[in-house]
Write a protein that binds this ligand. Structure first.
Ligand code: ADP
Ligand code: ZN
Ligand code: ZN
Length: 761
């Protein structure tokens, strides 16, 4: 389309004729592009010199940046001001025929950039799998085909009698119109024949995408379970709000059938041709969830997480964005997946820390899901047996509708609790007589036992008996863990490894004591003491290989008597029907945390791991070992009510005015010198132009050294910022941000902003 517009220049008005591009404004001549660099600034380019795909918001482009070519995303269009004397470069090429990101994705990115104070150009990368970030075509795998050209369709087959292979191909093509290059071999057609026909212009080659998704089949799927009345009420409540934004807290005890509830609520939504996104905290939970969803929804269920290869990721991404998949089950990063027609989001185990990314772009997938649902006017279901205090507060304030499930769906009761006071007791490698006897008795009955210890390795430290040398990590304020398989010292904070010392570094003695217990050590003991059953150790060391974890879970679900020994990997959301006893080796770890969120975490973890007991027909029990059984928190946990526990914590938090009764952000600084990190924050505060009002509306705590000040060889300091109002918190952060992103700022210090921080280690 040709158009005209008048432009005011220094020399007066002049009429200019330009070619108007599809979505470019009449008078615009600049394209704003998000490029993946750590600056808040956006960059403008001139349209490409050569005609190509249209310029549209959300399309990827190749742009020159310094000496490099970067893949960016078109964000908007503008006009070069007359006063603007900068020389803009041209976009090299538009990469997509139609935009890959829709308006929702762009709005979500913009919101999160403002909310998390993180550059939009980097955030937008999260919306693509790696190969699309690099500019690869957004396509399914392609297959090559042959067809006749118009010249080819007129030739007579008889004329090719002397070239039988060519003759055969032409005959086949006349009959079938097209055949895949792959199948030519099976027909006995030589590649020489194909090349000859291609050269003569009788046939041509073309490619076609092979979608891995089948058309919706009406397969007979497993019919749904009959819900109990609590479940029924929950499903009905969710169904009622379709097409509107509303947040539900599905708060049900472990094994109460929460998954069943959202499965059935989703069924209704899928029947209307919409899609569902299910966020789960751990890759390890994906196979179990996928299997359950497939029972209901067949093949149009996909999972998306880091264990998938790039082809699988791109396929899921395309399937979601073209509406070929109904259900996506995925970890944190799936919240960025473009979905053609999203109808509901479920965040399962919403309290789980894994939903928060702890470095770079420190987003919470749960909170982004809440915002996304608002943008798309759809319901969200937050499900948990141990909701976070933030979520509980929102529920108390009626921002969320609470759907309660108080009974176990299988009719089983919650496990009973028994505390074992370890004071003055003889222990066998950390295990009490009570726990060992109970283990014996459950195994004898053919049941499974889960022993929980959230510490991997053999022993958390080693000490020289002669001089007291201790296995400190030289790069962290932490001890190096002894590992036996293979024998070494390993720092779990910086991953540094050292060979196991033959002699003490300071006194040459070889008399060491390995102090404390880790999963490897207990495994050794259990294997020796329960030789007839298998002890399966499940921690991040034993499941390093991609498939191992799933193989282990499959083995557990077969139900043979065995001991499962593991870390939090075992605590989350798993359904192991034959586990009747859960032994918590060390209930005290985490009780005396310097982090105010410590108690909440302990209560969640203990409740979750206990919830693995007696989930099916058999009654379960939990044995909890502690040196302080009269500690109020241990008493609460034993009473088995997370709800009451959470209520107490909320009251404490309210008195101290900390989250969720105020909003928090942190600014971290790290450098090889402790005082440099501290001074960086002090300077930031002193030199930023913070007006009186903005300053007054926040409460600053720090700069203080982080709980583990030295980690991986750098010293970390932090400033905590609290405010009663989110907007005041953001106003303050905006001021900080404008200084932090100044390119002239010292490069000696690495800094980051964390909004709604969750962990302080
Ligand atoms: P949660 O997600 O709350 O941990 P699940 O949905 O996994 O609970 O349910 C726990 C167990 O109870 C599963 O084996 C599930 O198949 C079963 N279950 C759930 N709802 C029902 C029901 N209405 N009738 C029978 N069994 C059910
Ligand atoms: Zn020594
Ligand atoms: Zn270390």
């Amino acid at each position: 389309m040709e158009g005209h517009y008048t432009r005011q220049t220094k020399h007066g008005k002049c009429k200019i004729s330009i070619r108007i591009l599809d979505t470019l404004f009449m008078n615009s001549d600049l394209v704003e592009v998000l490029v993946p660099i750590p600056l808040m600034e956006r960059f403008s380019y001139l349209p490409p010199k050569n005609k190509g795909f249209p310029l549209k918001k959300g399309s990827r482009v190749l742009v020159p940046f310094g000496k490099r070519q970067l893949v960016g995303v078109i964000w908007g269009f503008g006009k070069q001001e007359v006063s603007d004397k900068r020389k803009y470069k041209h976009i090299t090429e538009v990469l997509d025929q139609s935009p890959l990101l829709d308006a929702t994705s762009l709005s979500l990115a913009e919101w999160s950039s403002r909310y998390y104070h993180y550059p939009l150009g980097e955030i937008i990368q999260y919306f693509f799998p790696p190969s699309l970030r690099k500019g690869k075509e957004a396509k399914f795998r392609e297959s090559k085909y042959l067809e006749l050209t118009s010249k080819g369709s007129f030739i007579s087959v008889d004329g090719l009698a002397r070239a039988p292979s060519q003759q055969k191909l032409i005959t086949l093509l006349k009959e079938k119109k097209e055949i895949s290059l792959k199948s030519t071999q099976a027909f006995g057609i030589s590649s020489t024949a194909i090349n000859a026909l291609l050269e003569k212009g009788f046939i041509s080659r073309f490619s076609r995408e092979l979608s891995p998704y089948k058309k919706l089949e009406n397969k007979k799927l497993k019919s749904s379970k009959i819900l109990n009345s609590e479940q029924n009420k929950a499903v009905e409540a969710i169904k009622k709000v379709q097409g509107k934004n509303k947040t539900f807290l599905l708060d049900g005890i472990t094994g109460s059938g929460k998954t069943e509830v959202y499965l059935q609520a989703i069924q209704d939504i899928i029947n209307q041709g919409k899609q569902a996104l299910i966020l789960i905290p751990e890759i390890g939970l994906a196979p179990q969830a996928e299997e359950r969803f497939r029972e209901y929804f067949g093949d149009r269920v996909m999972s998306f997480h880091s264990a998938k290869n790039e082809r699988e990721k791109v396929d899921a991404w395309l399937g979601a964005s073209r509406g070929l998949v109904d259900i996506i089950i995925g970890t944190r990063s799936s919240v960025f997946l473009p979905m053609k027609n999203l109808g509901i989001i479920v965040v399962d185990e919403e309290h789980d820390l894994s939903f928060k990314q702890m470095d770079k772009f420190r987003y919470s997938a749960r909170d982004m899901a809440l915002y996304r649902a608002k943008l798309q006017k759809i319901p969200v279901v937050l499900a948990s047996a141990t909701p976070s205090l933030e979520t509980l507060r929102n529920a108390h304030e009626d921002k969320y509708e609470v759907l309660k499930l108080n009974e176990r769906a299988t009719g089983a009761s919650l496990p009973t609790f028994q505390a074992v006071d370890l004071r003055g007791k003889e222990l066998s490698e950390g295990l009490s007589k009570e726990l060992l006897e109970a283990t014996h008795s459950e195994l004898d009955k053919g049941n499974q036992v889960l022993i929980f210890l959230n510490r991997r390795g053999y022993a958390p430290s080693m000490i020289c008996k002669v001089c007291g040398w201790i296995s400190n990590c030289s790069r962290c304020d932490a001890l190096m863990t002894v590992h036996k398989n293979p024998l070494r010292l390993h720092c779990h904070h910086c991953e540094a490894q050292k060979s196991y010392p033959k002699k003490c570094e300071s006194c040459d003695s070889d008399d060491f004591l390995t102090y404390g217990f880790g999963t490897e050590r207990i495994e050794e003991f259990l294997q020796n003491n329960f030789p007839k059953v298998k002890t399966l150790r499940i921690d991040s060391d034993s499941t390093r290989k991609k498939e191992t974890l799933n193989e282990y879970f499959d083995e557990i679900r077969q139900g043979k008597p065995m001991i499962l020994l593991g870390t939090q990997l075992l605590a989350k959301g798993h359904h192991f029907p034959n586990v009747t006893l859960v032994g918590i080796v060390d209930a005290d770890s985490g009780l005396f945390s310097a982090d105010f969120r410590g108690s909440e975490r302990v209560a969640q973890l203990m409740t979750q791991v206990s919830g693995r007991a007696g989930r099916d027909k058999k009654q379960g029990r939990v044995i909890l070992q502690s040196y302080c059984t009269d500690h109020p928190q241990i008493e609460e946990i034993i009473s088995g009510s997370y709800e009451r526990f959470a209520q107490k914590l909320l009251e404490e938090r309210k008195i101290s005015n900390i989250p969720p009764f105020s909003f928090q952000a942190k600014i971290f600084a790290e450098s090889p010198k402790s005082l440099v990190s501290r001074d960086f924050i002090l300077n930031l505060l002193n030199r930023s132009r913070i007006d009186e009002k903005t300053r007054k509306n926040v409460r600053l705590v720090g700069p203080l050294p982080s709980i583990m000040e030295k980690k991986s060889g750098v010293y970390r300091w932090e400033l905590s910022i609290f405010s009663k109002s989110r907007s005041n918190l953001h106003k303050f952060l905006d001021v900080m941000q404008s200084r932090l992103y100044d390119p002239k700022l010292s490069k000696q210090v690495r800094w980051s902003i964390d909004v709604d921080p969750l962990s302080s280690l």
